[in-house]
Design a protein around this ligand. Structure first.
Ligand code: ADP
Ligand code: MG
Length: 396
């Protein structure tokens, strides 16, 4: 169901509380990757152009229920100010007299950033008292943080219940991209799944078995599938508790029109290290004490070909330990095939998005989801509290 966006409601001149996702990596007091801040700019700029007073809220990291200087949003305010080319005022609390005074001093087009919402223990409890304190600051609430929408917190869901609300543009984009592939995927629809654990993604596999034409498996997860079929995976990372679900997925695939494709060759190493000895072996013949750390060249070519012929591709999870150069080729092959694919291409997941950025092909994708866990839950079919709480387009 499409949600009302900031364009569907009258925002002109209002005081608008905006939940953004500024959960960015920091190093020595600086933002090392500002893609999430950039993703929030269209909504912030639109509201400023409409003469709004824009009050921003976000969490950052996992502070233990109280203020922690390691997780302050000060570096974010600095970077946001540079990107917007205006001074961004930052307060050192989420609520209270200082915040109310700063909000009262705002003029049209001003931007105020509140402190890390998780410094307040009431945030994750969706405490009505916190919701009320925040709601006093604004005339309306905008949620632009799809990646936090799987949490029912005060700033992600609670505020939508007490203020007139709408989705921001990033939220709209994320939901539209995922709805596109869940509701009306173009065929051939190819899904590429890799990463660490089968158990993390089994529900995603299950959903895509109903929707896709092929699911290409890579990453550590492939070895749980191979072992479940009785093949030799040596010392590769296998999830014992995932063997049963892998078999169930293979059974379901056998009865469906979707092919579940496993690697035919892998890059094996004698150690989990950049300097390890490596060799390419058949997927079911990893020598004892060796571990598979990437899909092999034959598999990479086959996967790239399948991606090249797709009308729609969704990718989550790296094909190997791409953080180490000797095991990055499979992930690079998938990234490049997607970049060259003429179909609709969507990438989601923390590490897969990091890979796409590292290989410099992010701007060749139709959609790079900042969603992480929220995208996977959405694909599984879960109702995300932050999305559900927003009014539908046709709602009065
Ligand atoms: P995403 O964040 O994109 O959803 P995951 O978190 O599931 O992906 O998995 C990413 C991690 O999986 C990476 O850190 C990568 O090094 C690791 N990985 C991929 N392939 C292997 C493998 N064959 N053996 C061990 N680890 C692997
Ligand atoms: Mg990850």
């Amino acid at each position: 169901m499409a949600k009302k966006t900031v364009k569907d409601v009258d925002v002109a001149g209002k005081r608008v509380l905006v939940r953004v996702d500024f959960n960015v990596p920091l190093k020595e007091g600086r933002v090392t990757d500002d893609s999430r801040i950039r993703a929030s700019l269209p909504t912030i700029q639109y509201l400023r152009e409409q003469g709004c007073r824009v009050i921003l809220m976000s969490h950052l990291g996992r502070p233990k229920g109280g203020p922690d200087p390691a997780f302050t949003l000060d570096p974010v305010a600095m970077r946001l100010g540079q990107l917007l080319e205006i001074p961004v005022r930052k307060v050192s609390a989420l609520t209270g007299p200082g915040v109310e005074a700063a909000a009262a001093e705002m003029g049209a087009g001003d931007v105020l950033l509140l402190e890390n919402s998780r410094f307040d223990p009431r945030e994750t409890k969706n405490d009505p008292a916190l919701v009320a304190d925040l709601a006093r600051l604004g005339d309306m609430y905008v949620n632009d943080a799809f990646s936090a929408a799987h949490r029912a917190h005060a700033t992600t869901a609670g505020l939508a219940a007490v203020l007139p609300s709408a989705a921001g543009f990033q939220m709209e984009k994320e939901v539209a991209a995922l709805d596109g592939l869940l509701r009306e995927p173009k065929h051939p629809f190819v899904v590429v799944l890799g990463g660490a654990k089968v158990t993390d993604k089994i529900k995603v596999i299950d959903r895509f078995l109903d929707l896709a034409d092929q699911i290409l498996i890579g990453g550590a997860m492939a070895f749980t599938f191979l072992k479940a079929q009785g093949l030799s995976v040596g010392a590769s990372k296998v999830e014992e508790e995932g063997l049963e679900v892998a078999l169930q997925a293979l059974d379901k695939a056998a009865e469906s029109s979707c092919r579940l494709v496993l690697p035919t060759d892998v890059v094996a190493a004698d150690d989990f290290a950049e300097t390890a000895a490596t060799r390419v072996v058949a997927a079911g013949e990893v020598p004892e004490e060796w571990m598979g750390l990437d899909i092999g060249p034959e598999t990479a070519v086959a996967y790239a070909q399948a991606i090249g012929g797709a009308a729609e591709v969704f990718w989550n999870g790296p094909m190997g330990v791409f953080e180490m150069a000797p095991f990055a080729a499979g992930t690079l092959a998938v990234a490049e095939a997607m970049a060259a694919c003429a179909g609709v291409t969507v990438v989601g997941g923390g590490d897969s998005v990091a890979a796409v950025n590292k290989f410099g092909v992010a701007d060749k994708m139709d959609h790079v989801s900042m969603g992480g866990g929220a995208s996977l839950e959405y694909i599984e079919g879960a109702d995300l509290p932050g999305v559900v709480a927003l009014p539908d387009k046709d709602q009065a």
